[in-house]
Design a binder for this molecule. Structure first.
Ligand code: ASP
Length: 434
């Protein structure tokens, strides 16, 4: 039999009712065997996430300040969960030992990881599952990167009958100290567990029914994406479409394990499937974008003949620690698109350095740029996609300040005025969905 790894996010485990839904989902399919929980999330918009309370607890402890408030809120939350689920769970003993152990650490990692740890213990008790502590088998190397030996070590712990619960978000350093992934990192744990257990599928259960083709705040009722490739997802997430942790695809990318984003409150919805290759032939799968970019425009007559010009420009950025997003070029022009926060402090000194190093005819900064990525592997070798996009923008009276398509032909980037952003996203969405 092949198995499924299921990761449940904080909003899927926020209270006892959520736990029951999660239990029902797990029991509905005997293939669902490896379970990765996050810490309890918000029950209402004004509620506190357990992980945030744990960070607060660590901060207070490390300054020798009174931590009664966050600790009390955490205790109350787990006590309520245990009582409502009918589980005998020694919350106070756990918190005592967390306080004592937490005081030994300078970094917040240990404390922050305890939300997942306690939730994992509770869920394992509810399901009658084997609890596997990632501190013993998910290991980071000296540079803080995942040590590939983790797959074997974890795989060895996942042998045998029944269900397994492996808390998300943390592992251990070579010295044995607890270390967390970055925020939202239980998604990464889920992918590691899927790979280590040779699961046939990684289900990521959250509070939305997958990825939408566009931000629903801009396009109300935007369609769900049925299938998206790892590469497409990376392009969309980079431009702001956020459902899954950016690093969650790496552990499963080289394998055949697809990721299925599902909604705990709507389990019948098939969600979005993230695959190495998609079957559907739709040219476009999604549109994502952001405001807040600046363009550095450089002009110089006969730039095309000057060897090393591009290299000199880029070395100026490197020296100033500025990274760039796109570099559209003309015969005698080079533009560099950078995030506002990258350039805000160095603007004048970057311009001066370009003047000095490259002696251009003109160099200037043009702020107020929004970038929209229209992403889809189906556009490769497909004629008329850029025409459809630019026609839609023209009809919406949106001026394209810059346009760029990578050679892999899976992404067309347009740079437009910040003020035109919402109008442009709508126009592109309509052009590819009607
Ligand atoms: N609980 C952690 C956080 O809030 C990790 C996670 O939920 O994935 O960031």
């Amino acid at each position: 039999m092949s198995y499924i790894t299921c990761k449940f996010g904080g909003s899927s485990l926020a209270d006892a009712e959520c736990f029951r839904l999660v239990e029902k989902i797990i029991r509905a399919n005997p293939e669902r065997r490896y379970i990765v929980p996050s810490a309890p999330g918000k029950r209402r918009p004004d509620d506190k996430k357990i992980t945030d309370l744990l960070y607060a607890w660590h901060n207070l402890l490390s300054q020798d300040l009174d931590a009664t408030q966050p600790r009390g809120l955490i205790a109350a939350r787990f006590e309520q969960l245990a009582t409502e689920l009918g589980i005998d769970f020694p919350v106070h003993e756990h918190l005592e030992s967390i306080a004592a152990e937490g005081a030994k650490y300078k970094t917040p990692d240990y404390m922050a990881s305890r939300g997942e740890y306690l939730n994992g213990r509770l869920l394992a008790a509810l399901l009658g599952a084997t609890f596997v502590d990632p501190a013993e088998c998910i290991l980071f190397d000296d540079e803080g990167l995942l040590d590939p030996v983790s797959y074997e070590q974890l795989g060895a712990r996942l042998q045998g009958e029944g269900l397994f619960v492996i808390p998300g978000f943390y592992g251990a350093t070579p010295e044995g100290a607890i270390k967390t992934f970055s925020r939202g990192g239980s998604d990464v744990t889920g992918a590691i567990v899927a790979r280590a257990s040779h699961s046939r599928l990684y289900e990521n259960w959250t509070d939305v029914s997958g990825f939408l083709m566009a931000d629903p705040r801009i396009v109300p009722g935007a369609r769900r994406i049925d299938e998206v490739t790892y590469q497409e997802l990376r392009e969309l997430s980079y431009m702001g479409a956020q459902v899954l942790h950016e690093e969650a695809i790496f552990p499963v990318r080289g394998t055949d394990i697809p990721i299925n984003i599902r909604n705990t409150k709507e389990p019948e919805n098939p969600g979005t499937m993230i695959l190495p290759k998609r079957v559907s032939k739709e040219p476009i799968c999604g549109i994502a974008g952001r405001k807040g970019f600046t363009m550095i425009n450089i002009e110089k007559a006969l730039m095309n003949r000057e060897r090393g010009f591009g290299r000199r420009v880029l070395s100026v950025l490197e020296e100033h620690g500025v990274s760039f997003e796109h570099m559209p070029t003309g015969i005698d022009t080079i533009s560099l698109i950078v995030k506002d926060e990258e350039i805000s402090h160095h603007g004048p000194s970057v311009l001066k350095a370009i003047e000095r190093t490259c002696q251009p005819d003109r160099v200037s900064l043009a702020p107020g740029l929004a970038i929209i990525a229209t992403v889809g592997q189906g556009m490769a070798g497909h004629t008329g996609i850029a025409a459809r996009l630019t026609t839609a923008l023209a009809k919406a009276d949106v001026n394209i300040r810059v346009i760029d398509q990578g050679s892999s032909e899976n992404n067309i980037i347009v740079g437009i005025e910040d003020d035109d952003f919402e109008k442009a996203v709508k126009a592109i969405y309509d052009a590819f969905t009607h």
